[in-house]
Design a binder for this molecule. Structure first.
Ligand code: BDR
Ligand code: CA
Length: 308
């Protein structure tokens, strides 16, 4: 049975790579795509999703424009990593169509309400604003959701935006807190795993040599956004943050995880966005992923992108 997902994202080159991976996967049916302001503001994230779907020949998948701002905090974007467009490095033509008229949050609610209990999987790979808003607006969606698979957070690994906070957690920790406390089953792919998933240069060369429009775009985007991490950490490859979330759905045996009760700090300015393990004996609310079988993961990525 294919997994029916709503992909919620803020492209972002690694968001783009994750979406393309989902489109290539026979295990996944992408019902719709919702944008959220994150790496770059609206409407860029929406335009990027439309352009990426068009590149992959999937103009049949509807795109919904989601939230423009975090629930409470000032907007914080990451052009310093992703460039002004969010997907710098590839020259992807703008889509000919526009986003749907309905708001992304209402689309999430409507889709969940029309679904069987436990049948919809949400895959947010950006700030959790849309999902938090949807839960706050209509709590009856909670039993409809099978699982939320989120790229975000940092546990044993330091943050990438502050010493403690990962970007997606830092941008909207209040939305994160709503989601974490909702009781919806969660899988979390934090920096602890994504920083072990650095795509080797050899894989980027393979993509460039393959030369299809999708593979060329992937190689270009990776070449652009790896520069930040190479300069900051001295790594020799781009961290495959958001593709980890999609790969988990395709083949969870690639990963090692542990059940944990987790929280997110949204009150203290110095530690805001910190994701942490609760030590109060509370029931686990998430499967947190800590390790990946990297070579098998990279093979899945490259072969998937080359199949589109
Ligand atoms: C996350 O933040 C964004 O920059 C990436 O798209 C990813 O979702 C990594 O911290
Ligand atoms: Ca992202």
């Amino acid at each position: 049975m294919t997994r029916k997902i709503i992909f919620d994202s803020d492209p972002g080159q690694d968001d783009a790579l994750a979406l393309l991976l989902a489109l290539a996967a026979p295990e996944i049916e992408v019902l719709s795509v919702v944008s959220v302001a994150g790496n770059v503001p609206q409407p860029l994230v929406t335009d990027n999703l439309l352009a990426l779907l068009s590149l992959a020949g999937r103009d049949d998948i509807p795109v919904y424009r989601g939230c423009e701002l975090p629930l409470i905090r000032e907007q914080y974007t990451a052009e310093y990593v992703h460039g002004d467009t969010g997907i710098d490095g590839a020259d992807i033509p703008a889509a000919l169509r526009k986003a749907e008229a309905q708001h992304g949050v209402d689309h999430i609610i409507e889709t969940c309400m029309a679904a069987e209990d436990g049948s919809v999987t949400l895959v947010p790979v950006g700030p959790l604003t849309n999902i938090g808003m949807a839960i706050a607006k209509e709590r009856a969606i909670i039993p409809k959701i099978r699982e939320i698979v989120w790229m975000g957070g940092a546990f044993d690994e330091p943050g990438n935006t502050t010493a403690l906070a990962e970007f997606n957690a830092f941008v909207d920790p209040h939305a994160g807190a709503i989601v974490f406390k909702s009781g919806i089953p969660m899988v979390v792919l934090p920096l602890d795993v994504t920083h072990k998933a650095l795509l080797p240069q050899e894989a980027v060369r393979r993509l460039a040599e393959f030369g299809s429009p999708v593979a060329t775009a992937c190689a270009g985007m990776i070449g652009f956004y790896e520069q930040y991490d190479v300069a900051k950490y001295g790594w020799d490859g781009a961290a495959m943050h958001d593709p980890c979330a999609v790969a988990y759905l395709i083949d969870p045996t690639l990963f090692r995880s542990r059940r944990m009760s987790i929280g997110i700090d949204y009150t203290n300015e110095e530690t805001i966005g910190n994701t942490y393990e609760r030590m109060d004996g509370s029931v686990p609310n998430a499967t947190v992923v800590f390790d990946v079988e990297a070579d098998r993961f990279f093979e899945l990525l490259v072969s998937s992108w080359c199949s589109l």
